[in-house]
Design a protein around this ligand. Structure first.
Ligand code: HEM
Length: 443
């Protein structure tokens, strides 16, 4: 049986955002949807979620029940009944979606699933904008290995641990300021956003006073609403110009990353600018949303919060558990197959896009006991929140330290912290990196 190739759709107009989360700022906005898929399920292709071919009913991702506290139940159904399926992105590309732990691991670690392929001409896309070529998230070894080697030392556990006290101090000051301003407060604005922004500015050598400018550009870079393509393009151009100016004006005397990289003759100016954009955006948007989501999750069932207050030594396992439990995005990580590959019972064809759904894998009962429960002292170690394989999150240890110190500062200073509104009333942002719009709290 031959499965017909799915028709290319016109750019979606639902206004539902999507994307992937590696934090790559977009390079340009291709006006056309790109990429389709020629894979051939080894079973019946028609009917149900994920039926592909010319069938116009390939479900769109993000799924309709996205942007809420709990995952759309479709994730669990897919994981059990259709572990590989087809979905249509908001850019109109039809790609495979895998939801089981082992399959997600395979896609993220097997070199036949390429990151560089996601920026090749005609590649499938998950977003309005295209990722920036030539950066960590869009290269494969050996080029990726070279680029990663330039920055891995700066983000190593040892170098980040040297900053822990400083990060803890910043977190404490931000919580003190929130408390001094009086309850209720918005924890997203008071702590979750400013902490990682201050940290990445210091590490990179980007002036913190410029935060309002690059925040606005970052929001747009991740907005991914097709109707906003023009504004997204302008924001990305502004962000590129901004980083190019910083690089050009760099006096070359600081101990920040941009200065360090500028001293490396192997790196061209464009590469340096791309690096800067990648690190600035990935370096704060993810952690900021996760700090707020973690606190929201703990306060939704206040017994979790009270336990963490009573047993502060649980902070490290609690952070790992919340990384596992709290999804960062409503879509998966994209790769493109470089050759035909058997995967979860289908043959993925060379050129097909494959999305690895980390959030679904992290709730797979095959990998985790009682996966939907938050267990603050769960034995950590197996979750995929930071990915796995060559593209494992560069900033993982930095993110861990920020998350741990944010929770330590809050539990120590605000032991009676509570949500100021019912959890169900929290509004979730319809963007690439999920999170709450605001987190009103009392203490
Ligand atoms: C809670 C916070 C964070 C989460 C959950 C997270 C998650 C991830 C994931 C899942 C990937 C792998 C993507 C893939 O394989 O396709 C990734 C890659 C990456 N992350 Fe993070 N991240 C976080 C914070 C950070 C921070 C603070 C930085 C700061 C530098 C950062 C920089 C990067 C970079 C540069 C990559 C690409 C690495 C590569 O391709 O070699 N991330 N992140």
């Amino acid at each position: 049986m031959t499965t017909p190739r799915p028709a290319r759709s016109s750019t979606d107009t639902t206004g539902e955002p999507a994307g992937d989360i590696a934090g790559e700022p977009a390079g340009d906005i291709a006006g056309e949807p790109a990429g389709d898929i020629a894979g051939e399920p080894d079973g019946a292709a028609a009917g149900g979620v994920g039926a592909g071919g010319d069938c116009p009913h390939v479900p769109e991702i993000p799924f309709p029940g996205s942007f809420r506290f709990d995952p759309d139940p479709v994730w669990g159904r897919l994981r059990e009944q259709q572990p590989i399926t087809r979905v249509r992105t908001i850019a109109g590309s039809v790609v495979w979606l895998v939801t089981r732990y082992d399959d997600v691991r395979t896609v993220l670690t097997d070199p036949r699933f390429s990151r560089a392929g996601t920026v090749a001409p005609g590649a499938p896309r998950v977003a309005v904008s295209s990722p920036l070529p030539g950066t960590l998230p869009t290269t494969d070894p050996p080029e990726h290995t070279r680029l990663r080697g330039l920055v891995s030392g700066v983000f190593s556990r040892r170098r980040i641990e040297q900053r822990r006290d400083w990060i803890a101090g910043l977190a404490g000051e931000l919580v003190d300021r929130m408390v001094a301003a009086g309850a209720p407060g918005d924890l997203r604005a008071a702590l979750a956003l400013p902490l990682p922004i201050q940290v990445i500015c210091e590490l990179l050598g980007v002036p913190y006073d410029d935060r309002d400018r690059f925040r606005a550009w970052t929001e747009l870079a991740y907005s991914l609403v097709p109707a906003e393509a023009q504004r997204v393009r302008a924001a990305m151009a502004a962000l590129t110009d901004y980083l190019a100016e910083l690089v050009a004006d760099n006096p070359g005397v600081g101990d920040d990353i941009l200065t360090e990289l500028a001293g490396d003759d192997a790196l061209g100016t464009d590469e340096l600018v791309a690096f800067g954009m990648n690190l600035l955006v990935a370096g704060h948007e993810t952690t900021a949303n996760q700090i707020a989501s973690f606190v929201a999750t703990l306060l939704r069932e206040p017994a979790h919060w009270d336990r963490l207050v009573a047993e502060p030594e649980l902070v490290e396992t609690a952070v790992e558990e919340l990384l596992r439990h709290t999804r960062l995005s409503e879509v998966g990580q994209l790769r493109v197959a470089t050759t035909d590959v058997p995967l979860a019972g289908v043959t993925v064809r060379a050129g097909d896009g494959v999305m690895a759904a980390i959030a679904a894998a992290n709730r797979d009962p095959r990998a985790f006991d009682r996966p939907d429960e938050v267990v603050l002292d769960r034995e950590p170690g197996r979750h995929l929140a930071f990915g796995i394989g060559p593209h494992f999150c560069l900033g993982a240890h930095l993110a861990r330290v920020e998350l741990q110190e944010a929770l330590r500062a809050l539990t120590a200073r605000c032991p009676r912290l509570r949500l100021a509104v019912p959890a169900e009333q929290l509004r979730w942002r319809h963007v690439l990196v999920s999170g709450v719009e605001a987190l009103p709290v009392t203490w």
